[in-house]
Write a new protein. Structure first.
Length: 423
């Protein structure tokens, strides 16, 4: 019998190592889950998901009662996740007609759905207004014109926010940085007053306030304060949506700000700069879902040349993040957790037909063998969301675990699914 070992932050809250030395989440042995449901598979710790939702919601309400937490649903757009977060009292941010349909289907109150996008189509705008979404976030003058036109055609006065790019750079990968002046998102600070004026004069738009989102996976809180200060230069409004962006731990030695520390800084800045009266919205994605989930893979082959290549049955089809952003992950053998961090240097390779399809470099695994189960924690955000069918690989199931029970909430794709749209 091994002593109980606490697992580092990238792992879900209920993760433990059981008496057999296996990783357990939500009371379920992950080696057993792999043989019951197959691999690859996304495993979601439902209790952890609910706890994070409560930490955001209660944390924000305690600091500023006139507020709401919106789930940035692009991070994990599957019906069961929408449903759990709706049950936990969150509102929802959608960035397309598809996300809108999922959010409505899962039971979100349309009045608490917020539509985003730098290139919304006319049908998407009409779908959102017909559904009765609470606010539409306007991103450009053309978007303003089109929102006004659709609202006019539908005989409505649509509540809107204007997205502002505050010329603030957070430290993150270029591909997920959005606050810089040269961003494809939002109105620049010079352009914003004219756009606000133009929207305020429209009989079909009701300008409630401003939105900003400066980037994602931010581990330093200072840029959030600078963004609030920039918004304050544009005058006072009844509503501010301060976006998402709080970073998470992907690696055991990363120490992201806690949800409470983030809210302390953000709300103090809002009180100081935007006044105590405004309604405040935030829209976390990653910090709600990333660490609730891990991916199970089965090792197929181990090849030793210059490196030791441990190849699994998934890769860039279920996790694009290493290829898109050079993101790094912890890797462990689910059936021999006490070996974690020891053994020979390895590369965890995917099964896809590209040399770049590598899930993790610079990892150690102790004598990895074909048939063993490998886990990568922290795959809940933008994992399932960006999954694809490269090489005709069916996308993995999403499995919720809680109280010793597992339930499939998204089934594994089939070969028939791959041909389902072919005509
Ligand atoms: N609000 C807006 C307007 C956003 O564009 C985003 C993310 C969020 C909120 C949520 O940000 P979060 O709290 O998750 O950082 N695929 C990339 C991330 C793209 C983020 C897109 N926008 C990745 O895997 O890192």
């Amino acid at each position: 019998m091994h002593p109980t070992v606490s697992l580092p932050d990238p792992y879900p809250a209920t993760a433990t190592i059981n008496a057999a030395g296996h990783l357990e989440v939500g009371g379920c042995d992950l080696v057993a889950l792999a043989s019951e449901f197959g691999t690859p598979a996304y495993i979601v710790d439902e209790a952890d998901l609910r706890a994070r939702a409560r930490a955001f919601r209660a944390g924000l309400a305690d600091r500023h009662p006139d507020s709401d937490v919106l789930f940035a649903s692009k991070a994990f757009p599957c019906s069961a996740v929408y449903r759990v977060l709706a049950e936990e009292g969150l509102a929802c941010d959608v960035a397309s007609g598809g996300e809108l349909a999922l959010a409505l289907g899962a039971g979100f109150d349309p009045a608490r759905i917020y539509l985003h996008g730098n290139a919304k189509s006319l049908p998407e705008l009409a779908e959102a207004m017909r559904a009765g979404v609470g606010q539409i976030v306007i991103d450009s003058l053309d978007d303003l014109d089109r929102t006004e036109r659709v609202a006019g055609e539908l005989g409505r006065r649509q509540a809107v926010l204007l997205r502002v790019t505050p010329d603030v750079r957070g430290e993150t990968h270029d591909a997920i940085s959005t606050g810089q002046a040269d961003s494809k998102f939002g109105f620049g600070l010079a352009e914003a007053p004219g756009a606000i004026d133009r929207a305020q004069r429209s009989p079909h738009l009701h300008v409630l306030g401003l939105h900003c989102h400066i980037g994602s996976q931010l581990l330093d809180l200072a840029p959030f304060e600078r963004a609030v200060a920039a918004l304050a230069e544009l005058g006072r409004f009844p509503v501010y949506n301060l976006g998402g962006g709080l970073g998470v731990a992907y690696l055991a030695d990363q120490r992201p700000p806690a949800i409470a520390a983030y809210l302390d800084v953000l709300i103090a800045a809002a009180h100081a700069r935007l006044g105590p009266e405004a309604r405040l919205l935030i829209e976390p994605g990653r910090a709600l879902v990333a660490n609730t989930t891990l991916t199970l893979y089965e090792i197929q082959t181990v090849k030793r040349n210059v490196s030791t290549w441990v190849a699994v049955d998934g890769g860039m089809s279920d996790n694009l993040r290493p290829m898109l952003y050079g993101s790094r992950y912890e890797v462990a053998l689910a059936g021999r957790m006490h070996s974690a961090g020891s053994g020979e240097p390895c590369v965890l390779a995917g099964k896809h037909c590209e040399s770049g399809d590598v899930i993790a470099r610079d990892i150690r695994l102790a004598d990895p063998r074909p048939g063993e189960i490998v886990v990568t924690p922290a795959t809940g955000a933008y994992g399932h969301a960006m999954a694809n069918n490269y090489n005709g690989v069916p996308r993995p199931p999403v499995i919720f675990v809680a109280g010793g029970k597992a339930r499939v909430v998204v089934r594994r794709e089939t070969y028939a699914d791959l041909a389902a749209r072919d005509v």
